[in-house]
Design a binder for this molecule. Sequence first.
Ligand code: PGA
Ligand code: ZN
Length: 412
Amino acid sequence: MARITSIKGRILYNSRGSKTIEIDVISDNKYLGRVCSPSGASVGKHEAISFPQNKPEKSLELLKNNEKKFHNLDSSDLKSIHDTLREMDSTPNYSKIGGSLAFALTIAAVDSASKALDIPLFKLLSKKTDHRFPFPLGNILGGGAHAGPGTPDIQEILICSTGSKTIRDAIETNLEVHKELGKILIKKDPTFTNGRGDEGGWAPKLKNDQALEVAAKACEELGFTLGKEVSLGVDFASSTQWNEKKKKYIYDRAGFENTPQEQIDFASEIIKKYKLVYAEDAVHEEAFEEMSALTKKFPHVLITGDDLLVTNTKILKKAVKLKACNGAILKVNQAGSLYDALEFAREANTNKIGIITSHRSGESTDAHISHIGIATKSKMLKVGVVGGERIAKLNELVRLAEYDLIRGMVEI
Ligand code: PGA
Ligand code: ZN
């Protein structure tokens, strides 16, 4: 057992260039666990807030004043570390200390413990022996809150190499499709600048339907059949379009509006036409009934809640009751602490809701979520395709393939 001997924090910058915090947890005076917090751009209404009054400095100040409370705790004992954080902040959304502090401190603690115990992090988080790789799910074309004017309203078109038998093949196939799509875009529009959105997906001036067409074309030109070797997914991030006053989805860039029923039809058409394996936030974050309709209609597609669930166990229980989804995004910083997120994962697994462990659009080069994805038995790991902060997570999966503790891919 390793005991926490010191904790220190600093201000760093995320992939969008915004200020964030990094936390060092040291056990037994020598085992360093280090974690930098990510942050989102299309943030769910009910998720943990990043920093009190939006000030990372405030979180660090609070840590400094309370650091000693963590001394001598077992760095692998997530519950005690979580409870100590909760003594500092019992608000549901970590408004006093900031979710970023809860995120970084809890993951840094187990990171430090895994070094002290000399076992990989995923193994520390899950004692089970039947570990499998989640399928990497990556953004190949982006718009919405992640890219500028002229790009699609739809936030993310995603690729998943559903036919792959090994993690390396899954990663390489996603890379191939991303590359092929780049070539198609430049052929289609010689003025295309190779611009990319926050998560590394191409950001061309295209309408939603044109963007989906070129994504499908990239897969087909490589000889793949959609829904077989590779499959497309979409994060509609529909809360961005939802206008509460008008009770309509406003697709500004494409120039149309959808009533709630039209939105269901719009998403259904896309799911069918492009044989999607994955559809995230196809309706807005409070539309549980519409989500239920989609889940009923497409039992074999991962109808997934991100803004809908915000990695919140209470909200997940409501969604389960209403059969509002069969897939759940797990973003640790939406929940706050890693303890909160693992509780959420337990609830999802108990109810056979497929977990998709996910990055945020503003990321660090840390790769802990690759371990968290394996430990939570995630079906998919949504971490992008290219970009240093995205590829870092994929490269960690390649390293982990060297362990004979992991036996192939999960079933989806
Ligand atoms: P975010 O977006 O990290 O900007 O919230 C990602 C997503 O909506 O899945
Ligand atoms: Zn999302």
